[in-house]
Design a protein around this ligand. Structure first.
Ligand code: SF4
Length: 201
């Protein structure tokens, strides 16, 4: 199944703004499903049990259909890099909700942050404003700490380094830093999910 088709199946006509949680989970599931070379749970940084619970909770109408067609790695939540557990924990420690969605999204964001595009793209989202809302809704303390809207991957790794007492910045103050544009510049680009749907059409 193509990524765009899977997104539409998962959403089943739901409004992506009104049912935002479902939208962001459907985006990540659909984009990760379309990737070659690794199974869905590994592409999302989730255990197979997490993926199953996510499907049953938010996409019960499609859970059986999807589960029949998707293979699991079985080790999806095992770290894929040295820094992934720290980033996952940073997100878990800053959850604004009590439900499992915050846990699933912490895993998904930590895993997708290892990809090479803008984070909003590698989450399959429409644009950067989707990611801003996701962070505000689910990881509010981090959204408040990033009031100046630093690129999220930059923000995450700067925070992790600061927590470890590691100085990675060229300047103590962002406004005086030669790298300001790198950390705060625009994150334009195409939605990878929309691109995938067009290429596959
Ligand atoms: S702009 Fe400079 S000081 Fe600010 S986070 Fe980036 S590298 Fe660090």
């Amino acid at each position: 199944m193509l990524a765009g088709e899977l997104y539409r199946l998962l959403m089943a006509g739901a409004d992506r703004d009104r049912d935002f949680t479902r939208h962001v989970l459907a985006c990540s599931l659909a984009l990760a499903h379309g990737e070659r070379g690794r199974k869905l749970d590994a592409a999302l940084g989730l255990s197979a049990n997490h993926v199953t619970a996510l499907l049953l909770t938010h996409f019960p109408h499609a859970a059986a259909f999807v589960a029949d067609r998707l293979a699991f790695d079985g080790q999806g939540d095992q770290p894929a890099s040295l820094e992934e557990p720290d980033l996952r924990q940073l997100l878990l420690d800053n959850r604004a909700t009590n439900g499992p969605e915050g846990v699933w999204l912490a895993h998904i964001i930590a895993r997708r942050s290892l990809e090479s595009n803008h984070l909003w793209q590698d989450l399959g989202l429409r644009d950067r404003s989707d990611l801003s809302r996701l962070m505000r809704d689910f990881f509010t303390p981090l959204a408040l700490a990033n009031m100046r809207d630093m690129k999220w991957k930059k923000f995450f790794y700067r925070t992790l380094c600061q927590n470890e007492g590691v100085l990675i910045c060229k300047s103590p103050v962002c406004d005086n830093c030669d790298d300001f544009a790198i950390c705060f510049g625009a994150e334009d680009g195409h939605s990878l999910l929309a691109q995938n749907a067009r290429v596959s059409a």
